[in-house]
Ligand binder design. Structure first.
Ligand code: ATP
Ligand code: MG
Ligand code: FE
Length: 332
């Protein structure tokens, strides 16, 4: 089957085509308007989706060299995400499917982040553990099958991506700051400063106290030296990144032991972080893990992951009707 997929949960308008399990187009229109505000403004995001969606669909069809009449299904992100943003994608998908008489496939954005691992080889074998770390979520997921997933640990407050972005904000870096922290961290000493590891039970995370610790640390250091941040930016970024990666991986190690899992994957925007990727790779041998890391373009939001999820749902005849509606919060 040939599936057209729409992703519009946050601030990326993305359209992809999946042709029998192969991604033949993955168009991503990034929204730059939010940079001026230090975060995504929902009302602006939905308006830009509205402008981007038709050109993105046309571009994806052109890149994949596919005619509308060759399509077999339309997949879309139903949630979780910003309601106004989701509405644009869901409404478009419904109209498009209605006009072309195509079946509709609803996709959960967080499942899709994980299913990005099934776009290219090597693919993890079920069951595997996936650490999903993104702008809004931090979850350890036991993946038993394509659509049989169980959250075994998650953040009780901020997501890992927020920990990166909020630290970046404290350091006066533009939004989203995660990739910039990654960039400056490359020239810094990860052991320069220590931050306390949150003491949270089970396989859960917490990043709100961590963020406050950084805020106070920077404030106190700047009392002594007003140029503290500028003079030590690389060391600060390297140390913060090192701490976040340690917090993430300590619970992942615990989960791997508890669930006797050696197939370990990461997903979501923060899985683009080089500190996380490198540390995970270096642990692989000593822990006896087989580690799966998505290609960069499939870490942050993209419709290719929606398309591959849609493809597997199509194979299972899992379709939805025209009454389907977006869901800002959505469980597996
Ligand atoms: P969710 O998937 O939870 O709904 P989202 O879709 O907004 O949230 P993603 O697009 O998956 O999130 O990820 C965006 C997040 O990833 C941002 O917080 C961004 O800072 C972070 N991020 C992207 N690249 C890097 C990097 N190299 N290092 C650290 N963080 C990064
Ligand atoms: Mg984004
Ligand atoms: Fe996402």
């Amino acid at each position: 089957p040939v599936i057209l997929a729409i992703e519009s949960s946050c601030d990326e308008t993305s359209v992809a085509i999946c042709d029998n399990g192969k991604i033949t187009a993955n168009v991503i229109a990034n929204q730059t308007i939010h940079e001026n505000y230090g975060g995504v403004i929902p009302e602006l995001a939905s308006r830009v989706h509205q402008q981007n969606i038709v050109p993105a669909v046309q571009q994806a069809l052109a890149i994949a060299k596919i005619q509308k009449k060759q399509l077999d299904g339309v997949a879309f992100t139903q949630g979780p995400g910003l309601l106004g943003s989701l509405l644009v994608g869901v409404s478009f998908a419904k109209s498009f499917a209605l006009a072309l008489d195509l079946p509709l496939i609803s996709v959960n954005h967080m499942q899709a982040h994980i299913l990005a691992h099934f776009i290219d080889e090597p693919m993890p074998k079920f069951p595997f553990l996936c650490l999903t770390v993104s702008g809004g979520h931090t979850q350890i997921v036991l993946v038993k099958d394509y659509f049989d997933m169980e959250i075994v640990g998650e953040t009780l407050d901020d997501a890992a991506g927020e920990a990166f972005d909020k630290t970046a904000k404290i350091l006066n870096l533009p939004y989203p700051g995660g990739p910039l922290i990654d960039k400056y961290a490359k020239q810094g000493n990860p052991k320069a400063y220590q931050f306390p590891e949150p003491q949270i039970k089970d396989l859960n995370y917490s990043f709100s106290g961590f963020k406050t610790a950084i805020l106070y640390f920077i404030r106190d250091s700047q009392k002594v030296n007003p140029n503290f941040v500028e003079e030590n930016l690389a060391d600060i970024c390297a140390s913060v990144q090192h701490s976040i990666v340690n917090i993430l991986l300590n619970k992942l190690k615990k989960a791997a032991k508890q669930y006797h899992c050696t197939q370990i994957a990461i997903a979501g925007g923060v899985s683009a972080n080089s500190g996380l990727r490198d540390t995970l790779m270096s642990l692989q041998d000593s822990l006896g893990w087989e580690v799966f890391i998505p290609k960069f373009e499939y870490c942050t939001d993209n419709a290719a992951m929606i398309a591959i999820a849609g493809y597997h749902k199509f194979l299972q005849n899992d379709f939805v009707g025209q009454e389907v509606a977006p869901m800002a919060r959505m469980n597996f």
